[in-house]
Design a protein around this ligand. Structure first.
Ligand SMILES: NC(=O)c1ccc[n+]([C@@H]2O[C@H](COP(=O)([O-])OP(=O)(O)OC[C@H]3O[C@@H](n4cnc5c(N)ncnc54)[C@H](OP(=O)(O)O)[C@@H]3O)[C@@H](O)[C@H]2O)c1
Length: 219
């Protein structure tokens, strides 16, 4: 498959590119800075320069032409407005529809779909959840086949290939970005993941087994 990874230079995005390349997918990594280019090219990805705040809609559509799926792994940095999480999602969902890309996989945050209360959270986190929930409405209201991942706090620990996954509300330890990337690679290969929102925390079930337990199919 040909897959566009939005935010390919991010900590999770880069690992997604790596996993998809290991699985022999053709990958287009979108980046904002040329500095990220050599590393992604070394991984065997094509790169497309896109800034979701300033690039024209047609540029986003152009980067997606011929792709089988889009993975949204971009996100606002701590201390920044979370508007990118909603606006960037809306622009890439609309661009995927226009470019004829059938499938969209996105990273949101634990509990966004299961009613996690934001009472007691900082204003920044409240806004972050508001934007992620609005982003999810753009995705689920689109014509695309979609899967949304809702991981808990992310770490840069090495991947273990193991997680705990559920569609119901879940609590548990942090999960590594590498294991979230492994879940994305598994989701890309699993059409039954369409229409599912996956809660993900650290755990001990092999990624593909955990996914099949939630979406159906043989472990
Ligand atoms: N951090 C957590 O604990 C946590 C928990 C649950 C879910 N998540 C979600 O997981 C996803 C990945 O998180 P992460 O911590 O791995 O991300 P990250 O390392 O902060 O990377 C964010 C990526 O988004 C890109 N980006 C930011 N603004 C952009 C814009 N205007 N246009 C295009 N690209 C833009 C960045 O590009 P540059 O490299 O150019 O800056 C970077 O590639 C995010 O959606 C986040 O909300 C995070």
């Amino acid at each position: 498959m040909r897959i566009v990874v939005i935010g390919g230079s991010g900590r999770t995005g880069r690992l997604v590119v790596e996993k998809l390349r290991e699985a022999d997918h053709a990958v287009v990594a979108t980046i904002r800075s040329v500095k990220a280019m050599p590393d992604l090219i070394k991984l065997g990805a094509e790169v497309a320069m896109l800034d979701l705040d300033s690039s024209g809609f047609d540029e986003i559509v152009h980067a997606m032409k011929g792709a089988d799926a889009v993975v949204f792994a971009a996100g606002s940095a701590a201390g920044e407005s979370s508007e990118l999480d909603r606006k960037g999602t809306l622009r890439t969902v609309r661009a995927a529809e226009k470019a004829g890309v059938p499938r969209y996989v996105s990273i949101s945050s634990l509990g966004a779909s299961t009613g996690l209360s934001t009472r007691g959270m900082s204003d920044e986190m409240k806004d972050y959840y508001r934007q992620k929930r609005a982003a999810a409405r753009h995705i689920t209201g689109s014509t695309l086949r979609w899967t949304i991942l809702e991981p808990t706090d992310l770490t840069d620990d090495p991947g273990r290939g193991r997680v705990t996954m559920s569609e119901a509300a879940l609590e548990g330890p942090p999960v590594s970005r590498a294991d979230v990337a492994a879940v994305i690679a598994a989701v890309i290969d699993e059409p039954r993941a369409d229409g599912h929102v996956l809660q993900i925390v650290g755990g001990n079930t092999a990624v593909r087994t955990a996914l099949r337990k939630v979406v159906g199919g043989q472990g």
